[in-house]
Design a protein around this ligand. Structure first.
Ligand code: SF4
Length: 310
């Protein structure tokens, strides 16, 4: 008896189409960030830090994808730091990475016990924990001869950091897509800098990455970061496009229109016979969408009213 081949259902085809579309969008965003910031060069050995969360799985997946089609040769090595948190499922990452066929290293360091011993009960443990982790990762990068260290922070992390620094640090400072480590010896890159968290979340669900929970250490979530994250999510829901515009502002900084005399020589500012770029627009209102043109006109007006009460 002939058995009829099983054809993919419409739902399967649609699911595949959605994964492909999202994957393409993320690949473009990562490719653009790599290009704009010169993140990866010919011959680089990139250490991809993998925590077992959605962001780092997505980063590794997209980088592996780009590696196949990139016009340059570079290596990827996945590194996971097993911090010996209770209940950490040690087998998950080695199995996943072996199946992918990507070179990897699992580093075992019991930072959990150190943090528990040193930090008084009830105090936040994340500061010390991440300092210890950073030091270990830099050491491992040296051992592996890695020329770049890739971290999985995305666009929304960068915006959250911007607001946290503004609200609590009094500094206009975010999280750069590329930076030199504090010891001056390592180049850290964030290839997901242009990626939206909601895309990463969806991609991670579609690809069914074996997510390892991030609360194994028992630490409380950073409440301030959570609040800023909620604020951004709410803005994104009510005013589509706002986060994109805010991120663009990080790439269009005008020091002469801020108030930091270290970044702009206000004392030395002189008049001249030719027009200054931006100089005669000092009193202009920022460009806002016209209420009547905007699809969210009603909501925008409400938002302005809210602002008047601040
Ligand atoms: S949540 Fe836990 S593992 Fe993560 S940085 Fe904080 S203390 Fe460390």
């Amino acid at each position: 008896m002939d058995i009829a081949p099983v054809l993919p259902s419409t739902a399967d085809k649609k699911a595949k189409y959605n994964v492909d579309k999202l994957s393409k969008r993320l690949r473009h965003a990562v490719g653009d960030a790599i290009d704009d910031f010169g993140m990866i060069e010919q011959g680089d050995r990139v250490m991809v830090c993998l925590s077992g969360g959605k962001d780092s799985y997505t980063m590794l997946d997209i980088l592996l994808n780009l590696q196949k089609s990139a016009p340059i040769d570079f290596e990827l090595i996945a590194v996971n730091l097993d911090q010996k948190q209770p209940g950490f499922p040690e087998h998950v990452l080695p199995e996943y990475l072996t199946q992918l066929g990507v070179p990897f290293r699992i580093v075992e360091e019991d930072t959990y016990s150190i943090v528990k011993r040193v930090v008084p009960e009830g105090k936040t443990t994340c500061g010390l924990c991440s300092r210890l982790r950073r030091g270990i990762l830099y050491r491992v990068a040296d051992e592996l001869g890695a020329t770049k260290i890739a971290l999985g922070h995305h666009r929304d992390d960068i915006l959250e950091t911007l607001f946290l620094n503004m609200f609590h640090g009094g500094r206009l400072k975010a999280m750069p897509p590329k930076l030199v480590s504090d010891d001056g010896r390592h180049m850290v890159i964030r290839p997901l800098a242009y990626c939206r968290e909601k895309d990463i979340e969806r991609y991670s669900e579609m690809r069914e990455f074996p997510i390892i929970p991030c609360n194994l250490c028992g630490s409380q979530a950073n409440l301030q970061r959570e609040m800023v994250g909620q604020m951004l999510k709410e803005w994104d829901r009510r005013f589509p496009g706002r986060l994109e515009t805010m991120f663009r502002s990080l790439q269009n900084v005008v020091p002469s229109h801020l108030a930091d005399p270290k970044r702009f020589d206000f004392k030395g500012l002189k008049t001249q016979d030719t027009p200054f770029e931006d100089g005669d627009t000092a009193f202009d209102e920022p460009e806002l969408p016209q209420a009547s043109d905007h699809p969210l006109a009603r909501v925008s007006i409400l938002d302005n009213r809210d602002r008047c009460h601040d």
